[in-house]
Design a protein around this ligand. Structure first.
Ligand code: CA
Length: 251
């Protein structure tokens, strides 16, 4: 049985081509035993192959030496924290999608994570169903469109570190909130985002807060992003929320 542990590296690309989500291999890095066990069990039951690292050191080692289709990364780890693991991964030019887990009320964490090249985040505590939905979305999207510092949809380009937007090479000036809103829409491209979700992720407001703020912000964003350009990217999905999409005709 010895000498057999290393042979799996070449398998991942082929699995992705085959597209069977049940062959997908995930890494969870989570030091809280209950959360780690709970997430692992749920993902295994959903058909994924799952490795669980309970320390940052183990997590970093596995992330750099094994190939995963997705990494679920807790930020607060007692030894090597999630940011260092994410940084190490991107420095090694590994573009494995990363979903990070962060505590409530830490906008800075979220901004930092996305700037370091994470693909999405989830705020603790979360429902497993939400984690699973995010995991599936990221896996569908694959690693390809993720660049470290630029996001692009049609001719719209977001420069994440500089917090700048361009369309057809025209520089568009946005406020911080407008940029955060646009970034969220671009990262979740093709998904209908309810006002409550936009409120919690961009404004840190609760569901029952005055969500008129969002409609006003969307209107301003549209005037800047869509008014002078084609195709229109920001769409209203009546009764549901907003969506960024190329050429989608919804409401
Ligand atoms: Ca933790």
């Amino acid at each position: 049985m010895s000498g057999q542990g290393v042979g799996r590296k070449s398998g991942v690309a082929q699995k992705r081509v085959a597209g069977a989500i049940t062959d997908m291999k995930l890494l969870i890095v989570e030091d809280e035993k209950k959360t780690g066990d709970y997430v692992r069990q749920g993902l295994v039951e959903s058909g994924f192959v799952v490795d669980l690292a309970r320390t940052g050191l183990d997590g970093r080692h596995l992330a750099l030496t094994e190939l995963y289709d997705l990494i679920i990364l807790d930020v607060m780890l007692p030894d090597v924290d999630g940011w260092h693991i994410l940084q190490a991964l991107r420095e090694a030019k590994l573009c494995t999608p990363v979903l990070f887990l962060t505590a409530r009320d830490s906008v800075e964490d979220r901004v930092k994570g996305l700037e370091l090249g994470a693909d999405d985040y989830l705020i603790k505590p979360f429902a497993f169903s939400e984690l699973l939905a995010r995991v599936r979305t990221l896996l569908r999207r694959g690693a390809a469109p993720v660049f470290n510092d630029q996001l692009q949809v049609a001719d719209l380009v977001l420069d994440i570190p500089r917090r700048q937007a361009r369309r057809k090479d025209v520089r568009i000036t946005l406020t911080n909130k407008e940029f955060a809103l646009l970034e969220l829409l671009v990262r979740r491209q093709g998904e209908v985002l309810p006002r409550s979700l936009i409120a919690s992720q961009v404004w840190d407001m609760n569901f029952d807060s005055d969500t008129n703020v969002i409609d006003v912000a969307i209107r301003r964003l549209r005037a800047k992003i869509d008014e002078a350009f084609e195709p229109k990217l920001i769409h209203t999905v009546r009764g549901m929320g907003y969506m960024l999409d190329i050429g989608g005709k919804v409401g």
